[in-house]
Design a protein around this ligand. Sequence first.
Ligand SMILES: Cc1cc2nc3c(=O)[nH]c(=O)nc-3n(C[C@H](O)[C@H](O)[C@H](O)COP(=O)(O)OP(=O)(O)OC[C@H]3O[C@@H](n4cnc5c(N)ncnc54)[C@H](O)[C@@H]3O)c2cc1C
Length: 394
Amino acid sequence: MRSVELLIVGAGPFGLAMAAQAQADGVDYLVVGKPMDFWRTNMPAGMFLRSACDWHLDPVGIHTIEAFLATRHQRPADVEPLSLEFYLDYACWFQEQKGLVIEPVLVERLDRIDGKFQAQMENGETIGVANVVLALGFGNFAHIPENLAALLPPGRYAHSKDLVDFAPLAGKRILIVGGRQSAFESAALLREAGAAHVHLCYRHPTPRFESSDWGRANRIVAGLADNPNWFRDLSDAEKDDINHWFWTEGRLKLEPWLWPRINQPNVTLWPQSQLADGQEQADGALQIRLESGASFLVDQVLFATGYEVEMGRVPLLARGNLLAELATSNGSPRLDEHLQTNIPGLFVTSIPAVQDFGLFFGFTISARLSAQLMGRGIQGRLANRRTTTTEYTG
Ligand SMILES: Cc1cc2nc3c(=O)[nH]c(=O)nc-3n(C[C@H](O)[C@H](O)[C@H](O)COP(=O)(O)OP(=O)(O)OC[C@H]3O[C@@H](n4cnc5c(N)ncnc54)[C@H](O)[C@@H]3O)c2cc1C
């Protein structure tokens, strides 16, 4: 059986940043997973990012987005807002420059046997490992409210992560349920792909089309590197206040460049509305009724209703023997200041860390911080192990 000191599961922004940190620390690591697969497969082509060049991936600050731009004789103003394609190119360049060790294979199940982890890979290989980082992102946590799904015939709706190719929807009428950036951006892209009409329905007022100011978030995340317990030690009221502020910047604002793409005769906004019914007609169309009584016909419903963490839904954990032992609250793992769970050597980052570290962990702003914090925890564990081994063999 092959064995490594650190297995990083997931090769998205958080996994790649962790790999760069491990490499800088001289840790024997392996990353498994298809690089940037969620961004390639579950985000719509043509999407623009909300984040800018400063949210790069390198915890040691060398292979930044600005360094990438320098190779192309460009400046941030030439490329912002960043397109999805640009960000994927940057991530590819980052992997190459760092020479990261990535195997594009999925982990089927993860177990702990006699205090050591065993990762069963989809290709049949088993890897023995002392430390595991789960950097699995959003993919397992797509959320469609059950009460809304129950109103529609099966097969007539999809979550926004599963419907990203809009070309087949040319000429179709679409209802998007959800009123945040991803809902509005999908509406713009659907219309541009030739959709006949796009309806957006959401419970709240229409967010403002205004640039977000991430300055405070950048300062908080930088501070967490030196004081990782800062957020965790706040009172619930103080945490709510910070999360509310971040929510206001991130969710109650829409990028201003979306407005002219949305303000079109074949896009209808239904603010402060809730889906009430969706009945299939004889010709196959869906007759949509909103709680306000408004009614219209569509061909497809798209739920841009976000993500909800529930560790029990992570397949590699559900198939293995760790779930019963894993301490969670509200579905998220309980983490220490190194993002380590109560199971020694098992680290979890990205959106499952939001509960303990703040909403910042739902964005790539935290990828470098996460790598630095976990890097310290892993270094500490390896140093302990080496000391123990030396003492034992000596
Ligand atoms: C529509 C949308 C737009 C967004 N826009 C922005 C933005 O503009 N700026 C920003 O900062 N953030 C944005 N985000 C948030 C961003 O996507 C996340 O912060 C980021 O992707 C998290 O990175 P990650 O590495 O944890 O996860 P991911 O990028 O999701 O990567 C996780 C990887 O793990 C892999 N994986 C899963 N299971 C296994 C397994 N069993 N074995 C091996 N590999 C596995 C997956 O294939 C995936 O590639 C957006 C999110 C969405 C949904």
